[in-house]
Design a protein around this ligand. Structure first.
Ligand code: BGC
Length: 752
């Protein structure tokens, strides 16, 4: 038989087998064996696969991208044609993905389609605010909508799978990847994890506009020692179980299809070779059925960790630990077959990995039509749709946190002359943030300058750059000072470069880089009585202790994305009344790090009456409190909280407690308020945090309006891991409904 005939024959066999199996599968639809409608199809395909072809599914290579098109090395093409590649990353566009898909489908023995993965982190072409900024919206609907839009665009360019969300808790602003997550809190992080997964995966993966999500980086990546990326992670079971694992479990609950390993070690065992976290927790405890991909070259790195003798040993350790797909190590392709032949790796492990990956391809509908994500017409219609750009604008407004607003400095008055000063005023490149994905960093992005021009006549704007983001040059300070002198108000747009956060971008100094703080100082000196508004773009909490003194108002916009300039201007001019709240603590100084709202009390907390009392847990030179706490964020209006009421002061283990409070808009603007619900478990068999967020709601209140906001709490919500098991313990719980984490509890209830 010639090659084409052989292939047709095999495919016919597969199809026949598929239909027979499908029937028997349907008849078993409600039995525990029929876990997915595709199991029978996967089985019959696998019965035709050689061990090499199965291993091929566990291999991923990177394409790479240049302006003229995807660059795929000839080796990659050779491997694809051999059937020894299951997935590609960093290839996108209809043309780019179709060309490679054709190779896999038409030039391999079984024609198994490739999976195309890409880092669609906060948008694909239409870029939304960075993830830390998105978390500041505390708006789950908006986050889900943003990731839905990202999936629409990415899928229209041939992408099947995003390496997102990153659900790593992060409490160290030195770590550049703090920008990619939802901040420091377990509850907020878990809710946001679910919203991303729902947005990317939608309600039906077989639709052509839904993509696989990937919870990463499992686990502990955010706890790198000293905030240095990839560094060692050592944490006890309290922290691992009660803080770092829950957002991942939430992603599993939301149906996330894939997981990515972390680069770091966890208590001496690198994550990519860590059986405890992948087999014992992820698979056995949580029942995760999707597939696990390594982070980029992470199998090879087991050698550098000093955990594997060589790459072959690393390959063995990874698959035994529960890794299914190898991103870029080439290790599975080079060593798995040999390991299986010599009996070091059981072929059953390879079968499992292959099965899980094929299953994902079936779920996406790639076996029905491998080109279903390659439709030029859809690509043209979907990418940068006006409604997507509008949604990104709204997000940028919703994510901007008003940190400070003395004397109602903001909103701006359209009739006043504004000095627009700073290196980021006209920026269109940094504004997209570190994971700009396939976004256009030039033409499409809207700078803050453009956003402001939409509100104010050009004659009312005096621009001066003042200085660069980094570097020592102060030669343009004079022009900036002159601009400030000629204006009614000064708006300064300062911050970090986009690549000062993100992967491998840790800093040991979290102040504004370069001469930017000196620039504000110079302007403050020159115009002591003029209002200075500081607009920030940055990927981490910064030490703003000096800026807090110098500026009258501070708006934290993170990196606000493609429509960022418009969204930020909407806030500056009051078209959107700011409602965002910090998802992460801003320290007074780096020396306080790690600092987060739900710390433990210690045996020697500082007493209220004397914060300096000797032999208490404090610093000699800085208060314990942060500059801006978690949950903080101002509005142009004011909200008053009153009448916190309980459905009962004593509840049993099967009861639900309802707690409510009245929130009144007491200011002059309509606006949203993020109402936060905190609990403190006063005594536990292991110590409990001083505060824990257990719920939040974003409510809209017209000026003068009051609303009652209620939260429900069950014993299940109070469970924690006590070093042996998850437990809920009876006792006294303090409780509060507030607009920030900075408060003292005044009310309690009893669980008995
Ligand atoms: C990052 C991942 C990312 C992967 C693929 C790695 O370096 O750690 O977060 O998904 O590259 O681009």
């Amino acid at each position: 038989m010639n090659k084409t005939l052989t292939k047709t024959f095999i495919l016919l066999l597969v199809i026949t087998a598929f239909s027979c199996k499908t029937e028997s599968n349907n008849s078993n639809a409600n039995t525990s064996e029929a876990t997915t409608p595709y199991d029978a199809k996967v089985d019959s395909l696998m019965s035709l696969m050689t061990p090499q072809e199965k291993i091929g599914q566990t291999v991923m290579y990177s394409g790479g991208w240049s302006v003229t098109g995807p660059v795929v090395s000839s080796n990659n093409q050779k491997f694809i044609k051999e059937g020894s590649v299951g997935a590609m990353l960093n290839v996108y566009s209809v043309k780019g993905t179709r060309d490679l898909q054709k190779m896999a489908v038409e030039e391999t023995r079984l024609g198994i389609p490739l999976l195309f993965g890409y880092d669609v982190i906060h948008g694909f072409k239409t870029i939304f605010p960075i993830n830390l900024g998105l978390a500041a919206s505390w708006d789950l609907e908006d986050i889900e909508k943003g990731s839905r839009i990202a999936a629409e665009e990415a899928s229209a360019e041939g992408i099947h799978w995003t390496f997102a969300p990153m659900v790593d808790i992060a409490r160290d602003p030195r770590w550049g990847r703090i920008s990619e997550g939802a901040g420091e809190d377990v509850y907020l992080g878990s809710e946001i994890a679910k919203a991303y997964v729902k947005g990317f995966q939608g309600d039906d993966l077989s639709k052509h506009n839904t993509i696989l999500a990937c919870a990463k980086h499992f686990v502990g990546y955010g706890a790198a020692q000293a905030g240095r990326d990839y560094h060692t992670v050592n944490m006890g079971m309290d922290e691992l179980r009660n803080v770092y694992l829950p957002p991942f479990e939430a992603a599993v609950d939301a149906g996330v299809e894939t997981f990515m390993t972390a680069f770091n070690e966890v208590n001496g065992v690198p994550a990519t070779g860590n059986k405890f976290i992948f087999r014992d927790i992820l698979r056995d405890e949580w029942g995760f059925n999707g597939f696990v991909v390594t982070d980029y070259t992470a199998i090879n790195e087991l050698v550098m960790h000093g955990f594997a003798e060589d790459r072959k040993h690393a390959t063995e350790l990874a698959i035994k630990a529960g890794v299914d797909q190898d991103m870029m190590s080439s290790a599975n392709r080079e060593f798995l077959e040999e390991l299986a032949n010599e009996g070091t790796v059981n072929i059953a492990l390879i079968n499992d990995a292959c099965r899980r990956i094929l299953l994902a391809k079936y779920k996406l509908g790639l076996f029905d039509d491998p080109y279903r994500y390659c439709d030029e017409q859809r690509e043209k219609e979907v990418v940068y749709k006006p409604e997507f750009l509008e949604a990104a604008r709204k997000s940028a407004a919703m994510c901007s946190v008003l940190l400070k607003n003395d004397d109602e400095t903001l909103p701006l008055d359209k009739n006043q002359t504004i000095a627009l000063i700073g290196p980021l005023v006209k920026d269109k490149e940094n504004i997209l943030g570190n994971w700009g994905a396939a976004g256009d960093r030039k033409g499409k992005a809207i700078s803050i300058h453009q956003g402001i021009q939409d509100y104010v006549a050009d004659s009312k704007i005096i621009f001066a750059k003042g200085c660069e983001i980094e570097g020592d040059d102060a030669s343009e300070f004079g022009q900036a000072i002159s601009a400030a002198r000629r204006a009614d108000k000064v708006v300064m747009v300062l911050g970090e470069d986009y690549d000062m956060s993100g992967e491998a971008a840790s800093r040991t100094n979290i102040k504004l880089p370069g001469r930017q703080t000196d620039l504000i100082k110079a302007i403050r000196k020159a115009v002591p009585n003029k209002k200075i508004i500081l607009v920030l773009m940055n990927g981490r909490p910064l030490d703003l202790s000096e800026e807090d003194i110098l500026a009258d108002a501070i708006l934290e916009t993170w990196f606000p994305g493609t429509s960022g300039g418009y969204g930020v201007a909407d806030v500056l001019f009051g078209a959107y009344n700011p409602s965002a709240k910090l998802p992460v603590t801003f320290p007074r100084t780096l020396g306080q790090v790690p600092i987060y709202y739900n710390m433990k009390n210690t045996g020697r907390p500082i007493p209220d009456h004397d914060p300096h009392e000797d032999y208490k847990s404090h610093y000699l030179d800085t208060p314990n409190t942060p500059l801006y706490p978690f949950g903080h964020g101002l509005s142009y209006t004011t909200f008053e909280y009153s009448d916190t009421e309980f459905s009962s002061k004593i509840i049993g283990f099967s009861d639900t407690l309802t707690v409510s409070a009245t929130i009144t808009n007491t200011g002059d603007y309509d606006g949203y308020e993020v109402v936060q619900f905190y609990v403190h478990d006063k005594v536990g068999s292991i110590t409990r945090p001083v505060k824990e967020l257990k719920g939040f709601q974003k409510v809209f209140l017209k000026k003068g309006e009051s609303k009652t906001v209620s939260f429900e709490l069950s014993a299940e919500d109070l469970k924690f891991y006590n070093l042996e098991e998850f437990t809920v313990e009876p006792g006294v719980f303090e409780i509060a409904i507030k607009g920030t984490s900075d408060f003292d509890f005044e009310q309690s209830f009893i669980l008995e």
